[in-house]
Design a protein. Structure first.
Length: 60
C-alpha cells in the first residue's frame, strides 16, 4: 500500500512537468513564428523564405 500512495504524487508531478514543457515549447514556437514570419526585416523574411524553398514547400 505504501508504494501506491507514493506513485500518485510522482505521476501528478510528471504530468505537470510535461504540460509545462509543452506550454513552453508552444510559446517559444509562437515567438519564433511571429518573429520570423511577420518580421519587417528583409533578412529574417528572406531566411524563412529560403527555408521554405529548401524544404520544397510552396510559398508564393
Amino acid at each position: 500500500m505504501h508504494s501506491s500512495t507514493t506513485e500518485l504524487p510522482r505521476t501528478a508531478n510528471a504530468v505537470h512537468s510535461l504540460l509545462l514543457q509543452l506550454a513552453a515549447g508552444a510559446a517559444l514556437g509562437m515567438v519564433v513564428l511571429y518573429g520570423v514570419a511577420f518580421s519587417e526585416s528583409s533578412l529574417a523574411h528572406n531566411a524563412a523564405h529560403d527555408v521554405r524553398h529548401i524544404t520544397v514547400k510552396p510559398c508564393h
